[in-house]
Write a new protein. Structure first.
Lengths: 437, 437
């Protein structure tokens, strides 16, 4: 877990601001949930590998010595949303669009852009099974990435129903579907041989893997979705509906920025066990893994209340977005700003009260002002201003104090000018504007 | 711990934005630290009562069954700052002004405006012992509260050196000073009799309590600080320096907004054990406890590295500020906004792609737009728009789709108007501006 020093925070704040702004354009409302959930809320929602990555919190007080945990840090923002939908149902519209940008925690091994505490930027729509939902979500995250300056990215699209149909056609027994998906989900990382090996370990006939990998490795045509569907032969109603759903999501997305980024990716499995329909993942060139992902989870809210609510969501990973933006130089110059516009410095301790008055006045005139706390030789505050890149030092000597004046020294131009206290803000702003402009 | 529904988040975001804006005006730079710290970092920094309120995290994997904790949720933002100053010393200026607005966790009993997960809005200045530091901090938090609309509040000021002098004059033995301060800190809650009782429980002569409470209960004059100092009789150098320090902090604050809110409060003790100099706390009428507090802690950084750095900080409590603002009606009307400006609705499923095109176009024209996902009778989206207070519905029927048009229906005025797709944004903005204006 990491500390974020000022420039890190400015970068993060910039990206979060852009993403929140796009989400708001799509009518998503902000939601925040506590970092800590009851442990039962989280367990059993993420599949076999997720459970092991949950940070658990010891009971307090006299129960501490039992070594038992009753609370845990949230693992994602989707399960908390489902709990909120069940718990606050009366206060929320059934058709609810929310965004949530908060940290989550996973006791995972860290890697490039992967940390144990990291931020997710989620959008979800609850209350409808329409493919408009998936299309709106893809459009929103696509707009986010374009607004941040990403030129090339791919929204990979698949469907749990397509995966079911593929596994059935490959003759994987139904009771082994979850195992097969867990293996398939690692295709990116471990390759076809790794997947075949994992099939064997999990007690699935390697011939199934061969069939599966044959379809997935076929050459992609312009009508990859249709070609893939035909290749599977006769499908049942569920399988046909899944393909039709994907076709409609793609059709609806054509009028949005997502249209040019969407591609059908039949090997995409997504690890989390709560997905029920379309699943999505965003990739960029040269970055293994993804910038984010999501999917439809129509049964999750129902695990917290009698009545379910169909839902679908997309999550952008802040840390990986920051890594790629750093590598590609996508941050605007403004995020590397100085902490203040003016540093107020005195030479004699008895002038500190005048320094406070100067600072109050300049702040009232719209400037960001820091008072250098220790009086003395002017070299020290000048050196400090250079070190922390404050562009202007307001020097208060005996004569300035006597006449309600300020000597403004601009570090870049080395220009120096005496101004009356009431005019000092305007003078500073004009010169700093020149420097910045 | 609480969920924050959209209006809650908007209120919180508004307050955080105002506070961060003021802090930036004072040249404070943003810092963020992880929610989770090594448990040794936190233990032993907060005094006897703090340690018990720390949420501890179980070791993971094979170590889980030991019931041992190696991590913990942070209890405040001051100890993490001290750790950061020690750990990242080379990357940070010694004179460092940082603000940090993040949640902290305490396993405390909840009360009005008191929760187990809550946000602190901290400002700290490290690297100087000058009273300018205290004055800048008091001015910053005072500006925050004034910017939020607080009219009446008091910044109570005291000094650990004054407390030491008072306890010495009251003949409390030095080894009982910490006990006496813990008791005195509760004067607000348990009254003079409670403090006397706690003195006895802690093995301190109740005559000490009587002397102490006599001074603290004396009638306050215009020169309360001077009167109080004289009442204590002869002081040692440390005691005199503490009073002189407070006098200088008050003098420097007179040129800032804090001047009219500062009062000397000799009974103020502040529970945390890391304070070494001036201590501050903000009170408002009719709210027991405080909106925030802080003080000087010159030895805390030294607990994490060989070389110490004198430091001082102030922390505003977000939750209590929100409670008082709610009770006093201080939120601007803008925080109760609708999620979107326009709801796009279709009657026929085949028009969904046109709906996506309309939404994309209107968003490009600066509007916040939501697509109603399910086609059908127009009553449903109209009712929904009313429920979630979206002021305009874009209705797409057969003829609108055929002609690239949109029928805009404004719910407040019941005005309805057909517009070409390219003009629709301007028409909607004009009408919504009228309604809002």
């Amino acid at each position: 877990m990491r500390d974020f020093l000022p420039e890190d925070v400015r970068r993060r704040t910039y990206v979060i601001g852009v993403i929140a702004g796009v989400y708001q354009k799509y009518g998503f409302e902000p939601l925040e949930t506590p970092s800590v959930e009851n442990i039962e809320t989280l367990l059993g929602k993420y599949g076999e590998e997720g459970n092991q990555l949950i940070f658990k919190i010891l009971k307090r007080g006299v129960h501490e010595s039992t070594g038992e945990a009753d609370l845990a840090l949230r693992y994602d923002l989707t399960v908390p949303l489902a709990r909120v939908m069940a718990e606050h149902r009366a206060k929320l519209p059934r058709l609810f669009r929310r965004y949530q940008i908060q940290p989550v925690w996973r006791a995972d091994r860290p890697g490039r852009g992967r940390f144990r505490e990291f931020y997710q930027c989620d959008v979800d729509i609850t209350g409808s099974t329409s493919p408009v939902v998936e299309a709106e979500l893809c459009a929103a995250v696509s707009d986010c990435l374009e607004a941040l300056g990403f030129a090339e990215f791919t929204i990979r699209l698949n469907h749990r129903g397509v995966l079911r149909a593929v596994l059935a056609s490959a003759q994987v027994p139904v009771e082994k579907h979850t195992d097969a998906l867990v293996a398939l989900d690692k295709l990116d990382k471990i390759g076809p041989d790794g997947v075949t090996a994992e099939f064997v370990t999990r007690g699935i006939d390697p011939a199934c893997a061969a069939r599966l990998l044959g379809w997935l490795g076929a050459e992609v045509s312009d009508d990859w979705l249709g070609q893939f569907e035909r290749g599977l032969g006769d499908l049942d109603d569920q399988g046909r509906a899944a393909f039709a759903n994907l076709r409609e999501i793609i059709r609806l997305s054509m009028a949005t920025s997502a249209g040019r980024h969407l591609t059908f990716e039949p090997s995409l499995a997504r690890g989390l066990s709560y997905y029920t329909g379309a699943i999505m993942e965003i990739g960029v060139p040269d970055l293994p893994g993804s910038l984010g992902g999501g999917g439809r989870y129509d049964n999750l809210v129902g695990m917290f209340s009698k009545e379910g609510i169909p839902s679908c969501g997309f999550s952008l990973g802040l840390e990986r977005i920051l890594v790629v933006m750093g590598e590609q130089g996508l941050f605007p110059a403004s995020v590397a700003g100085a902490a203040a516009d003016v540093l107020v410095a005195t030479m004699r301790p008895e002038d500190a009260a005048y320094a406070m008055r100067v600072a109050t006045t300049l702040r009232g005139q719209g400037l960001r002002v820091m008072v250098y706390p220790d009086a003395g030789k002017i070299q020290k505050p000048l050196k400090y201003a250079e070190e922390v890149r404050i562009p202007c030092v307001a020097i208060l000597g005996e004569s300035e104090v006597a006449r309600d004046e300020v000597t403004l020294k601009f570090l870049a131009s080395r220009h120096q000018e005496v101004a009356g206290l009431e005019q000092a803000g305007a003078v500073a702003r004009q010169h700093l504007g020149d420097v910045r402009g």
